[in-house]
Design a protein around this ligand. Structure first.
Ligand code: SF4
Ligand code: SF4
Length: 107
């Protein structure tokens, strides 16, 4: 089965387990990620925790601040070409992808 990321968005949203434990640190922005050179994008989409680690900002629903559209129907990333490394590592159809999808009821 093929999985279409543009009709999903599950991995762009905080996991239920993470959220229930109060964690809002979700997708890390790694040191070598190109977005770090974009001050405008860093200001809009990235937050630093108390330990100084950078993560993508989440909205009140736990969605990445760069995610647009309706989860499971039609979504897109407004910083796609500048998205950080962890976003690039999740492969559609992988075990991790399916775990994220299941968490959001998108089996
Ligand atoms: S959970 Fe899988 S199908 Fe959904 S957006 Fe992420 S990689 Fe794509
Ligand atoms: S930056 Fe884009 S690909 Fe990465 S979690 Fe946010 S919306 Fe998804």
């Amino acid at each position: 089965m093929d999985y279409d990321c543009q009709r999903c968005g599950a991995c762009c949203t905080n996991t239920t387990a993470n959220a229930s434990e109060g964690y809002r640190d979700y997708v890390a922005v790694e040191l070598g990620d190109g977005i770090r050179k974009r001050k405008d994008l860093m200001k809009r989409f990235v937050i630093f925790n108390e330990a100084g680690e950078a993560h993508l900002k989440l909205d009140a629903d736990g969605r990445c601040a760069a995610l647009r559209g309706a989860l499971g129907r039609n979504v897109w990333c407004v910083i796609y070409s500048d998205r950080p490394s962890p976003c690039r590592r999740v492969q559609a159809g992988s075990k991790l992808c399916l775990t994220y999808r299941r968490d959001k009821g998108l089996e």
